[in-house]
Write a protein that binds this ligand. Sequence first.
Ligand code: OX2
Length: 827
Amino acid sequence: NTGTYPGRKVRMTEITAPKSPVTAEQFADEIREQLKYTQNVTTEQATPADVYVAASKAVRNHLADSWFKTQADTVNGNTKAVGYLSAEFLMGKQLRNALLNAGLTEQFDKAVEALGFKVQDVVDAEYEPGLGNGGLGRLAACFIDSLASLGVPAFGYGIQYKYGIFKQEFDKDGKQVETPDYWLANEEPWGHIDYNRDQKVSFGGKVVENADGTKTWQPAWSVRAVPVDYLVPGYKSGRVNTLRLWSAKSYDEFDLLAFNRSEYMEAVTPQVKAENISKILYPEDSTKVGKELRLEQQYFFVSASLHDAIRVFYPGQDKPDLTTFPNKIVFQLNDTHPVIGIPELMRILIDEYGYDWDTAWSITTKTFNYTCHTLLPEALEVWPASLIGELLPRHLEIIEKINAQFEDELKSKGVDKNTIKDMAIYTGDAVRMAYLATYGGSHVNGVAELHSQLLKDVTLKNFSDVYPDKFTNVTNGVTPRRFVKLANPRLSDLITEGLGTDKWLSDLEMLKGLEPLAKDDEFVKKFAAVKKANKVDFAAYAKREYGFELDPNTMFNTMVKRLHEYKRQSLKILSVISTYADIKSGKVKAEDVTPRTVFFGAKAAPGYYLAKMTIQLINNVSRVVNNDPDVKGKLAVYFPWNYNVRLAQHLIPATDLDEQISQAGKEASGTGNMKFALNGAMTVGTLDGANVEIRERVGAENFFLFGMTVDEVEKKYAEGYNPASYYEADPRLKHAIDMVADGTFSNGDRNAYSPLVADWLTKDWFMTLADFSAYMDIQSEIEALYADELEWNRKALLNVANSGYFSSDRSMEDYLERIWHTAPLAD
Ligand code: OX2
């Protein structure tokens, strides 16, 4: 039962999960037992939330043996493990995924009914953990799912934040309001807190030089890092990996003196400070944050994880031979957030285990690799040296020494003085984490072809000139288990029917087999019926969750992603305003309008002023448009608040047209674009990020391309960009912006959006105005095709058939081959 990926070296062993590990009756008994002995309620007393916890624990028990076996094989086998260091893991709900991978889906459904509950109520009782901001965090979750499914031994290492990404609400004026996401308010059955495998993480203090020339760091304070383990079950691989999220606890260092002076609050200050470290996820996404607490978080989880890996791979050894460390585990640095791991491993090797500098450096550089997720210079972390010096004085010394060694190396390679200065890891004032990661690791990768190319040509050009072999690309991917099978069961069934097997779920390139079926009108009609049914479902969901009244007979047109100027939600909302104006004024005849429902989903960083104003504008356009009888049935705009993984799983399968309209050269990859294509949406997009590769694969004729290219954008910056000239030149654009300025969407208040309008007309850094006309023009093409239902669906089906490449299984295989040089465990 062994499958291979076409054209790939890595073989995937498919262990079919036991068909029926238990019957539905047995599983019902297991739930009853959990209710009785761990929940301590009778079945009669139980609520859906109790049943959710009980069922979750029962599933977890089913995975326990595979988990132990995987751990043992990871340590004893000859296969190097992967450590995925990430400040974010945006896991989404766990129950359905665990059931799928444990082969217990049907048993669960039947058992819950037999116990007298509704499956939906039980599943809804799960609260989604929001331990990530967006694409970067969700990517980490897809990657660990794929590693487990491929049977590659791996650890995800991160932080168990007490508060995840904020909950988004809108106030009566349509403004974003952030409320805390205390996701641990109720029992959380998935994480197992393991007090006996804690690690001590220290901060501050000073470094003293010993008589023999060695250094001793005398820290000022310490935190206890306690691991919380989550199971990461593979799909039909028989493997269960570990996601280890660290939680900060204080040591019992109670200041008795302060207490005796009856200064109770002061006495507990160290505890409060310690536990603050894992209190909250920074709600920033590819934007700059430079906060002391954030550096504490980074060091906290990275230091604990490195020590944990040594504990796991050299059990009980006081003097392990750590020159073998890079053969045991390879660490991937997910963006710059964990890069402090490089000086930390140096410190561990030199100060804790007594290795000399060169040996330590050789081990360290073999151990780490770095993935960059951005091109925005402001999103590459730079830490003030003073802050590192205060918090991690020994690390600052090590960084200085790394930098000195780096400069020598560059000199010896004949790099000129000015370039060496530009490349400094340590400038004297600051530490550039991306440069440290590039020099201190074996490989650097971008997350899509175009992005990796731009990293080499622009962002890290000097580095790629000196170290060309370090640079590679791995295009992102998404897990088909969560984003097709769980999110879109109807489409999954149709795919299985079309291919005659469900093996595509672990070999997604098999979707190619659907291509001939795009010529079969009957199959295309079935495909269209799936989309229609999903839209009807989503309308019911949106009614229940948000009170929206949606018309599933309209085109569902979606733009969901973090709110950022570069992603250009502005472009979309200006086009909606323009369409609204045209329908209302009768410029477009009612019978010529393609009825459309436009969805936005987006959180803005709490301190991001223009992004928050854009949210307010969208909400107010929604209010005006949806209440205007002149456009009723033709145009509607909805902004379901608090976009998260759960909403994604409902909305993506119901979408006809997906928006990927960032300014070319700004979106590193995008992963939503992949999810939409795999679920049979058509894309309107620019040549940016992974859009480029999606279009290449699905075919230019099956993708709505518009807008400037990277080169054209660069040229325009160089010439001097004047947004006002576009405003003057396109009357549609002028009218739309004037409506924002004249109070149409602010009850007559002409000042409500003036900062946004002023930015558009005078700055418009991401050239929304310059791409507006092209964007409006492509909409006519889109509407023409949409009018031909069969042709539209044929093309949408071709998107599905040709998107198999965008499986995160394939991404993982690329990492294995190009970066990690490891393989799945033998059985
Ligand atoms: C995001 C990128 O913006 C997005 O393009 C990419 O698809 C995703 O990471 C996964 O690679 N923070 N979030 C990102 O980059 C940073 C920095």
